[in-house]
Design a protein around this ligand. Sequence first.
Ligand code: ATP
Length: 446
Amino acid sequence: MEIDLMDKILSLAKRRGFVFPGSEIYGGLQNSWDFGPLGVELKRNIKAAWWDRFIRRRPDMVGLDASILMNTKVWEASGHLKKFSDPLVECVKCHKRFRGDRIKTEDGCPECGGKLGEAKQFNMMLKTRLGATEDKASEVYFRPETAQGIFVNFKNIMDTERMSLPFGVGQIGKAFRNEITPGNFIFRTREFEQMEIEYFIPVPEKDKDWNNYFEYWRKEMLEWISSLGVDVKKEIRELEVPEKDRAHYSKRTVDFEYAFPFGEEELYGLAYRGDFDLKNHGETSGADLKYKDPVSGEEFYPHVIEPTFGVERSILAAMCSAYTEESAPTAEKGEEETRVVMKFPKWLAPVKAAVLPLSKKEELSSVAKKLADDLRNDLFVDYDETQSIGKRYRRQDEIGTPYCVTIDFDSLEDKKATIRDRDTMKQERVAIAEIKSYLLERFKEQ
Ligand code: ATP
């Protein structure tokens, strides 16, 4: 993949209403982004599919939605206030700042070639104040990960949910990090969303005990990645994080790196965290965060495997994998042209079907609108009667709509419409009365 692809995706995202620059009319705000009418559908589809797959359909999982702002003691106990930092280096000449672990510091400043100062640890916690006072005690932090909300609610969940080990708790929500160098579109931002699971397991006696669970989640994560339309064999590299780069309590961490146009970078992570979190919170807060074995009555801190997924990085990877340019005949003249098509998996496509009357004439549009209204009860449908049919197909291809349904003058006679498949571009005549079941059947198939 080439860097040029990033520009193409960025421009498509803006032009078609997937992602807009944040606060654009005021000049933007440091790599913040807003999800437009189609982007929000992509995002909702991803979060809903994740929740369904990992929470709703599993007897061993429950969900949670904890507050973004938490007691500062949470971040003291978790180690974030002391250790959640990246090395910051500043150019002595142009004063630009960089992450020391992401540039070759020996080469000098990447911007002006000037000398770089000593690396300092820069804490990434984003701070704000609660209430009307301006003193230190009113300071709180936006959570930098959703995980801690799960650990601090462990007792509440145990008291209410009759879970027995192994079991997991999942959460989707915003996280904030004061990144030194946000960038690469929605890849690295200061406000983003995570989908995280803390999967609690019995105290392992041998490495193999926790590693079996780890391997299980590794496969689950790969299957999920593949469901986004990513070619796991070609586009994903699993990086075993070496001991020196792992948190001290982690015996194994795997980063799933995706071949983004700007290089192979972390898409998701999987970590074995031992009993570090529950033990720390239990000991610091004094709350009983131990698990009581229902059979033996033994009490202990469970260990935990943490699969973590970024929502925006899921969207970016899905968009990069879906982006396709291919040569195709034009709808009007039969000449060849390059068509851009987002080959999203059907479940992920923001718009499922587009209803397109061949002309704006009332006799066609009334039939088409009636069909669109009926489909809308079950599917997210676009209705479009502007421009030539060729331009309308191009728009639907660019946003990845799996099916276009065209109502033409013959439809008035034979009560049929033409359904065009996004990927094969094959067209089929289907009775209008059967279009809904035709489409629903195809969305069920995937
Ligand atoms: P990186 O090395 O890229 O900074 P990380 O190792 O700090 O990432 P984790 O702490 O493992 O990331 O966070 C879990 C997941 O949250 C990541 O795999 C990624 O999908 C997502 N994520 C982390 N930081 C950001 C960010 N600044 N913007 C968007 N998504 C992020």
